[in-house]
Design a protein around this ligand. Structure first.
Ligand code: ACO
Length: 456
């Protein structure tokens, strides 16, 4: 009989992004769009991409192997391994089963969990599965690993600059430096055709860009208001955004995240009494009668609350966008790249005792807002200090990437597109360009079985 797991949360984390990127300023010129459209309009700086040497299995193998290695994790200490991804290359065999090669070689095969899919939300669903297992009667005292990974690619056109790729692995267990709040997860799930992948012969999604933004913002409104309500049941003094030290969002592109923080303040405004509105939101009274559902594309509301929330954005959200602007939308890992970015932007002392809100969104649609508390122990050698130091090493790899010309990026996208379903297949992408420790695809055989090796 094991004791109940207390203070369940993130014990260790690992982030992987591709070793090649394309510069968004160069991409603007190559795509012949107005200068500033991708960099200022969307808020993106660089976009990571993979050649045909990497797929979802290799990405997840890379990040999990590194997590095990860097944290000296004994495979037998893992009782659950969950994967969240929307990069589907096999309709039956899970990515999790490929990851088992890392555990089975040590004889560790008693590991629950498989893959979870719903657009960018799968990683969060996988995380909740792991937390729920740790807090359940099924828990056997071991830890869980949650992996979120995706290759986000779009066909030529306006959505292409909002691509990216990457993977995050999280070690989940009791007595963690980052602890999940209990009983306040607030979800909003409904049916929408904003972004979906019905064509299984293509890597690209069908996207209704405008609808996807509306769905994202309406999900945010719903989750935020419900989250605040649940929080206030536990703590009647909870003041929404003002009670949170950080507010992190799934980041399709950084500008949408800045608009989302503004949207949160618009919700706070609408929820305030007349007196509070006058005191806390001077000069915004003309928006008093505005309805949430009519304002997703209301430029006046957007501009007024972007201006109002500028300092709040700088303090509570901007530090979370470092990976998002430099790698792009990684889909399921995007929110967790945001968490990594926020953590590396501060020292352990500055983070100790802080509270974050996190908003996870996956088209189709599934969304949740939840919260994390950072432990108060920030001493040298503490779990928190170790976590932050290890993440700083991951993020430093950004400077070691190779900048590819947009022509080469486009060619490599073409190779991926043309060979998406080719078998047998021998990938042609460079192995030398990969970071040491990266798994890569060596071949796909006649039976469409995939084979991998690790670059040393
Ligand atoms: N300089 C500065 N800004 C510019 C310039 C320029 N030269 N040209 C355009 N812009 C601005 C626009 O004004 C706009 O900003 P605004 O919305 O604040 O007004 C922004 O750049 C984008 O320009 P649009 O013309 O609106 O872009 P477009 O319609 O071509 O595509 C979109 C944008 C819809 C986001 C597209 O990239 C897309 O479909 N992406 C994938 C879907 C997505 O990410 N959805 C978000 C949620 S779902 C998910 O997570 C996948």
């Amino acid at each position: 009989m094991v004791n109940k797991a207390e203070n369940v949360g993130i014990l260790a984390m690992e982030l992987y992004f591709p070793s090649q990127y394309v510069d968004q300023t160069e991409l603007e010129k190559f795509d012949e769009v107005g200068a500033g459209k991708y960099t200022i309009g969307l808020g993106q700086t660089k976009m990571g991409f993979c050649s045909d040497r990497e797929d979802i299995n290799s990405l997840c193998l890379t990040v999990v192997h590194r997590l095990l290695e860097k944290n000296n994790i004994n495979p037998h200490d893992i009782g659950r391994l969950e994967v969240g991804t929307e990069t589907i290359i096999d309709k039956s065999k899970s990515v999790k089963t490929f990851l088992m090669t890392l555990f089975a070689k040590a004889g560790a095969t008693d590991i629950e969990g498989i893959d979870t899919t719903n657009a960018c939300y799968g990683g969060t669903a996988a995380l909740f599965n792991a937390i729920n297992w740790l807090e359940s009667s099924s828990w056997d005292g071991r830890k869980a690993i949650v992996v979120a990974g995706d290759i986000a690619v779009y066909g030529k056109g306006p959505a292409r600059p909002t691509g990216g790729a990457g993977a995050v692995a999280m070690l989940i267990g009791p007595d963690a430096p980052l602890v999940f709040d209990c009983g306040v997860r607030a979800s909003y799930m409904t049916h929408a055709y904003d972004f979906y992948k019905p064509d299984l012969s293509s890597e690209f999604p069908f996207v209704d860009g405008k609808l996807s933004i509306q769905c994202y913002l309406s999900a945010l409104d719903n989750c935020y208001n419900l989250f605040c309500k649940k929080m206030r049941k536990i703590n009647p003094n909870f003041k929404g955004l003002l009670s949170l030290d950080g507010m992190l969002f799934h980041s399709p592109y950084c500008k949408l995240v800045q608009k989302s923080l503004a949207r949160v303040t618009f919700n706070d405004f609408l929820n305030s009494s007349s007196d509070e509105k006058k005191k806390k939101f001077p000069g915004l009274s003309q928006f008093d009668k505005h309805k949430r559902e009519d304002t997703y594309f209301d430029r006046d509301v957007e501009k007024a609350f972007m201006t109002y929330s500028k300092d709040l954005f700088e303090e509570k959200t901007k530090p979370s966008l470092f990976i998002a602007t430099n790698v792009g939308n990684m889909y399921t890992p995007s929110l967790y790249g945001g968490l990594v970015s926020y953590l590396v932007s501060k020292s352990a002392d500055q983070l100790a005792g802080k509270k974050f809100g996190l908003f996870s969104y996956g088209s189709g649609l599934a969304s949740t807002m939840y919260s994390i508390n950072i432990s108060k122990d920030a001493s040298a050698g503490s779990k928190l200090a170790k976590l932050i130091n290890s993440l700083k090493d991951c993020v430093a790899m950004l400077d070691k990437r190779k900048c590819a010309r947009p022509e080469d990026f486009s060619k490599q996208m073409q190779v991926r597109t043309e060979n998406y379903h080719t078998a047998p297949y021998s990938p042609s992408g460079s192995i030398d360009v990969l970071f040491p420790g990266t798994y890569y695809l060596t071949k796909i055989d006649e039976q469409r079985r995939r084979f991998y090796e690790r670059r040393m």
